[in-house]
Design a protein around this ligand. Structure first.
Ligand SMILES: *Cc1c(COP(=O)(O)O)cnc(C)c1O
Length: 361
């Protein structure tokens, strides 16, 4: 249940509103507000902000990298990683449904790079294809970077197996190419594998981490990498207008998020599993199935129900359950700190009602 007032009048009449659109809807905790109020701040564009510095240092240490760079969004962290590792007119290889490809590809135009999609399964690039694509050839554009994503948004929150990350890193090393991890939800992946985040991060030269998704900070992301890569990224951050002044106020919430929110992500994963199990147990009269989540994302396949994903999203919203269409035949539900057990029941009930009505139609 959301613990803040809903100002959107379209939904104001619902006694209960479960907002499963994304974990980005999470609000700062009271402790975050307290940290923000008390944070020592400076000018991060002049001589530095002590709280930003503390956050960058904490994330770098947690991920086993030399240095960190605080940025407004994970999109910027990923773009800065690309710019830091490549030269103009090189290729970036990435899984074909990776967020950096499907949603952030515009950045390649600014950077003068070719983003080349590599087919994969459950968010993991096919390593044979990767190996073939990274091989230099006289007719080829040089590969400057390989990017992986874990947990993988479009693959329903799938977590890359450690052996896959190691395999991709080995291929990259063999070709003298760096690896970047889009770790917008890296802490979810680490929680699912029950491993320290650094164990995942060791298979890349740079990692981005989003603080404003399940970790509940209001804004911000951190890029972690070598001192040299961060120095380059810092210069590009300035060019892109990503240098913020008393950013310590927001970084303070990020620090508190790291301290307290990472360890509760397993709760979100458990709720996602319950949601999936209960949806599949509805005994729907129509072809309808929820994916089995590894983390906090449940993809519900509604293609056989005679209603499009958009129609489903609308019907569920009318019952006080907010979701998002994920293509024409799938809707996405994301669990997070504001979704409790009663919200899961409320959501299952809403799905049951829509199915029942549709089954009679
Ligand atoms: C959300 C997301 C991003 C972008 O994060 P923003 O902070 O919204 O820019 C990047 N990669 C993945 C996998 C994401 O889910």
């Amino acid at each position: 249940m959301q613990d803040f007032p809903i100002f959107d009048s379209r939904h104001a009449h619902h006694a209960r509103l479960a907002d499963l659109r994304s974990d980005t809807v999470t609000r700062p905790t009271e402790a975050m507000y307290a940290c923000m109020r008390e944070a020592p701040v400076g000018d991060d564009g002049l001589d530095g902000d002590p709280t930003v510095h503390a956050l960058e240092t904490a994330v770098a240490a947690m991920l086993g990298k030399d240095a960190g760079l605080y940025v407004p969004t994970c999109t910027m962290a990923n773009l800065l990683a690309v710019l830091a590792h490549t030269q103009r007119h090189e290729q970036v290889l990435l899984e074909s449904s990776a967020h950096m490809f499907t949603t952030e590809r515009g950045g390649s135009l600014l950077a003068g790079l070719a983003y080349t999609p590599i087919e994969g399964k459950a968010g993991a690039m096919d390593l044979d294809r990767l190996e073939a694509a990274v091989r230099p050839g006289s007719h080829r554009i040089r590969v400057g970077l390989i990017a992986m994503e874990t947990s993988h948004n479009n693959a329903g929150g799938a977590v890359l197996p450690l052996a896959h990350m190691q395999g991709a890193h080995q291929i990259a090393r063999g070709a003298g190419v760096s690896v970047h991890i889009d770790g917008a939800r890296l802490m979810n992946a680490a929680a699912a594998l029950n491993l320290p985040a650094a164990t995942l991060a060791q298979h890349a030269e740079s990692v981005s981490l989003c603080l404003s998704k399940g970790l509940s900070a209001p804004v911000g992301a951190v890029l972690a990498a070598s001192d040299a890569a961060i120095a380059r990224a810092r210069a590009y951050r300035k060019m892109l207008g990503g240098t913020q002044r008393q950013a310590g106020i927001m970084a303070a919430a990020g620090l508190e998020a790291l301290r307290t929110m990472s360890k509760r992500l397993a709760d979100d994963h458990a709720k996602a599993r319950v949601l999936s199990t209960r949806l599949n147990a509805l005994g729907a009269p129509l072809p309808f199935a929820a994916g089995e989540p590894q983390t906090n994302i449940v993809q519900v396949h509604v293609g056989g129900t005679g209603m499009s994903s958009h129609q489903w999203v609308k019907a569920l919203a009318e019952l006080g359950v907010l979701t998002r269409p994920w293509g024409e035949k799938t809707i996405r539900c994301v669990t997070h700190r504001h979704i409790d057990d009663a919200d899961i029941s409320h959501t299952v009930d809403a799905f049951a009602q829509v199915l029942e009505k549709q089954g009679q139609a």
